[in-house]
Write a new protein. Structure first.
Length: 485
């Protein structure tokens, strides 16, 4: 939205862009001269670098080649300005909002359409109704279509999502929804069937490097290692202002650490630059005669520590990781099991959630092949409960490896499933408990035949012949039941 003029509505939840100029962004300025400190400060302008760098055209939208590469359906639709309603599904910072803005800019420059953006985190149903009313008026009076962008659409409840339905269907609005959550669970089926789902991925390290280098250049910072530059032979221009350089290695490190999230990567870059600039301003950096501020790998690492482990505890990643852990243990792959455990714990997962799943696994997948597994898992749960994170991480790791190495048996899991199926599919009233198996604590019960004929096993030295199932289930074997039915 670099060049679009943004005007906020009174409640400030809705953003309408009235004009846009999709020309090249400031990323293409002359790279020859490093930016001087004062100018650099001004350039940031208290704005997140990620916002400043948001591209307006596909030319500067990097990565996502699977959906936007040459000859892809989406690319030709964007280029021909023939946009259907879309759901953009992808992890944070992969470019959903940016793509929606590019589509809008493209459509506006060619066809008579307007773009309205709402965020489902703050907009109410009445905001949505208001937008729809305006869209109807625009279409009726000016023959102008509305592209409605809803960020985090999964946060709208079913009723709110239903509000769009008829208007998407009749073409009053073209809906572009963005979501980090699997739309099959979070977006209602009727709306889903009216939208094309575009799956965006985490940005590759290469795409991230390109995005970061473009940002570095736009700030007038030079990349050491990229050109002929070496610190000793840096431009010793007459200016007394320090000049800023960044090691190419440092840029690559950000690209690796940001986990495919461009916002995270650009924030990391901004933090490193600002920290070094401030240190120079406050005199904490000793500048040599060439007046050079150099940003090295260690400086960017500091700002990005661990923040790259992205893990949405409430979202799909939580289920994906626990499923991967379960399957790795089932497949007896102890390394994969440890890896998925690490992904969850380092991402901030509740250790007791993991521990509960290990208890379940010990019974479901190990079962009678090693009944000690259940004891191990329950102990791991209790120990984690006593001592919490981070100490309990090793306890959980021990249990995960025990379970991965243990022999496996699903006999009990299946047999119990068969019992439930037997009860569920039973026709007619469930059979009574046989009289001889019932207790007879009163005379009346004894008179009615309760406990009559029951053989108390310890009183017999030889195996006892006795039925324990109702007559009609006599001989049933739940361990082979499914095969017989
Ligand atoms: N593919 C891309 N090419 C160039 N820049 C990108 C790309 N994707 C993201 N960016 C940069 O990252 C910033 C954040 O991206 P954007 O807001 O589009 O992410 P998002 O997927 O909508 O994230 P969220 O789900 O967190 O809202 C943008 O302002 C832009 O500077």
């Amino acid at each position: 939205m670099n060049k679009g003029m943004k005007r906020s509505t009174p409640n400030d939840k809705m953003t309408v862009i009235y004009s846009s100029n999709p020309g090249p962004t400031n990323g293409t300025r002359n790279l020859a001269q490093p930016m001087q400190t004062r100018t650099l400060d001004k350039l940031f302008d208290n704005k997140p670098l990620a916002e400043k760098m948001r591209p307006n055209t596909l030319e500067y939208y990097f990565g996502q080649n699977k959906v936007l590469g040459e000859n892809t359906m989406l690319r030709s639709l964007v280029e021909t300005h023939d946009i259907p309603s879309l759901l953009l599904w992808g992890p944070p910072g992969c470019g959903k909002t940016t793509l929606a803005h590019i589509i809008a800019s493209n459509s506006k420059s060619s066809s008579n359409s307007r773009f309205v953006a709402l965020s489902a985190t703050s907009a109410s149903t009445s905001d949505v109704r208001e937008v729809i009313k305006q869209s109807q008026n625009e279409l009726r009076l000016f023959k102008r279509k509305t592209i409605l962008f809803i960020d985090e659409i999964h946060r709208f409840n079913k009723t709110q999502q239903d509000t769009f339905l008829p208007h998407v269907e009749c073409g009053t609005i073209t809906l572009i929804g963005a979501t980090t959550e699997n739309p099959s669970f979070q977006v209602n089926a009727a709306l889903l069937s009216r939208c094309s789902v575009i799956v965006l991925e985490k940005l590759s390290v290469e795409a991230m490097e390109t995005i970061l280098i473009r940002a570095v250049h736009s700030l007038g910072i030079r990349v050491l290692g990229e050109e002929e530059d070496v610190v000793g032979s840096l431009d010793s221009s007459s200016s007394s202002e320090p000049q800023v350089y960044i090691e190419q290695k440092a840029v690559r490190t950000i690209a690796h650490l940001c986990d495919g999230d461009a916002r995270n990567g650009l924030n990391g870059l901004q933090l490193a630059v600002q920290t070094r600039m401030n240190a120079a301003k406050l005199g904490h950096l000793k500048l040599d005669t060439s007046q050079t501020i150099l940003i090295e790998e260690d400086h960017v690492k500091e700002g990005m520590q661990r923040s790259h482990i992205l893990y949405d505890k409430a979202g799909e990643e939580h289920y994906n990781c626990i499923s991967a852990l379960h399957k790795s243990m089932r497949g007896s792959d102890e390394n994969a099991s440890l890896y998925w455990l690490g992904r969850m714990l380092e991402g901030g997962e509740d250790p007791l959630y993991v521990a509960r799943r290990l208890v379940r696994f010990a019974s479901e997948d190990v079962g009678m092949a090693d009944p000690m597994a259940l004891t191990q898992a329950v102990s791991a749960f209790q120990a984690s409960h006593f001592i919490g994170m981070p100490e309990c991480e090793v306890i959980l790791a021990q249990c995960v490896v025990y379970l991965a190495r243990a022999p496996k048996s699903v006999d009990i899991y299946k047999a119990y499933g068969n019992v439930k199926a037997c009860l569920r599919t039973h026709k007619g009233p469930l059979p009574s408990v046989p009289l001889h198996l019932r207790n007879a604590p009163t005379k009346l019960m004894k008179d009615l035949g309760y406990a009559k004929g029951y053989k108390y096993n310890p009183a017999f030295s030889e195996p006892v012949e006795q039925d324990y199932l109702p007559e009609e289930l006599k001989g049933i074997n739940f361990f082979t039941y499914a095969a017989n039915n």
